[in-house]
Design a protein around this ligand. Sequence first.
Ligand SMILES: [Mg+2]
Length: 236
Amino acid sequence: MTVKPAYLVDFDGTVTTEDISYELAVQLAGEGYDEIDRVYRNKEITIREWLWRTVKLLPPDREMLLSKSFNWTSIRPGFERFLEHARSQGSPVIVASDGFGFYIEPILEKSGLLDQVTTVYRNDTVLNHEGRLEVKMPHAHSICPVCGNCKAFHVVNLKKQGYPVIYVGDGSNDRYGASWGDHVCAREQLLQYSRKYNFAHSPWDDFYDIINVGTPELQDCSESSLCCPLGRGVKE
Ligand SMILES: [Mg+2]
């Protein structure tokens, strides 16, 4: 039997047309966000730190934030057809996000697509006992300081099950998980990193492009990868 690939799919700016976490920050975090944005862009803080600092500036009203999330984005063209394609060939589709996370299932459910996704690995944003928002990161690496959600671990886990992995993403932080992918479908900053690090990759615009990507060979990426999810984490 031919081995079918598994798909590891980023959410913000990948499944959706907009990066909702970034939009929440820019639109609602206020003036204090400018400095967070500056140090993040200068690579002075990690995404984990970005999440911790930014969430403190958001209004502590999840219903309002969810309503804004619905209004500010839509599902990228071809995603429903892609999910049908994956299901018909027996491929798992794992959605993995390193944003605020709480809006993912509601957006997929509203679109009637949640049941077609195999698993969602994400952070959560909850009200603490002081009535302030905080980010929970249940899938973070135990010591690596970079990512809130260790997507590289999810990729390695799929490969251990025998699946070649097609990584689909757009962001700069996707480079860690993508470095373990057997093929990378890349747009925006991830496309630049895929060229820089010579990932086996193809650019994409919508999910019809993902359907057309063939099954890659399962590779050992332990030397070329940017991090060790089963070891000490980031190598850079
Ligand atoms: Mg993204």
